[in-house]
Each structure stands twice: as structure tokens, then as C-alpha cells.
Design a protein around this ligand. Sequence first.
Ligand code: FES
Ligand code: FES
Length: 179
Amino acid sequence: MSTHEISLTVDGTTEDLTVESRTLLVHALRDDLGYTAPNVGCESGKCGACTVEMDGDAVKSCTILAVQADGSDVTTAAGYADDGLDPVQRAFHDEHGLQCGYCTPGMLATTHQLLDENREPTRAEIRRALKGNVCRCTGYESIVDAVETAAERLRAADADGERPTGDGPADPPEPGAED
Ligand code: FES
Ligand code: FES
């Protein structure tokens, strides 16, 4: 099996690594580099649990070879938190947009791309944007509520000319903490 030297930025850190031709980005992130925010669900592009942002686009990292990510800027759900939860993470917390949390990293990545492109999405637009992210727990209503709330807060911060913050605790809630 041939190998390749690649370099990518993950959550602001430059990472150099050697990968096999067949290595999927999600496995390079989790197994080689230790970025465990993206989850592995179906491994076939159907569930969205592995979604990360790659150069600003939400992508399912099980559908991309690590060599294809060479030179790119990857943000996992863990990369959104700075001094506390970011506004999208905070909105998911406040609106109970998660239960087991397995889908949440992917939901956050997709939501970030949506709200970067559209600060005032309708509920139909939110549902459309998230159609590739499956949640087995919530029934989706609270997730759509969370995205609406995040959008409202980001618009308010934009209007105030503030850098938006989630104004929350340092770490995202543990899976199951919402039960
Ligand atoms: S694990 Fe990638 S889409 Fe399901
Ligand atoms: S799968 Fe979405 S919260 Fe459990």
C-alpha cells in the first residue's frame, strides 16, 4: 500500500502526517491525530455524524480520502469553542438540541456553514441544510429551534459589531447531559 505525506490545519493547528492512499479523512483525524469530535456512524456518507468543515464547506469526512484533504483547513466541532461554548454550541445546549450527542458534532459543522452563508434561515431552509445529518434521539424540532436561536444571537452580535461568544462554560456538555 503506498503512503503519502500530507499537511493540513485542524482546529488551528498545523498537522503533518503520513497516510495510506485508502485512509479516510475521519480516520486520519480520529486515529492518527486524536481529533475525536467527528464521530463514525455509517462510514458511507449517510448519517452525517462525521461532518467537519473543510475550507468552510461542511463535508462528511468518511467520504473524503485523507490525501484529498492535503493543504486544507479543517474545523471539527471541538474547534468552535474558544473561551467557552461558541454561540451555536450554546444554542444547542439552551434549546436541548441534543440528547445522546452522537450526531451533534456533525450538526454543529453543518449549522456553521449554513449560518455563515445565511444569517436568517427559515425553518424550512434549516431542515433542508440539515437533511444529511441524521438524529435518532431528538425528533429534530429542538435542533431546528437551536439553529434559529443561534441565528438570532449571531444577527444580534453582527448588529452590535461584537464578536459573538456563547458566554458559556469551558467545555461542551457530555453526551447524555441533557437527559
Ligand atoms: S460516518 Fe460519515 S456520513 Fe455516516
Ligand atoms: S443521535 Fe442526535 S442526539 Fe442522539
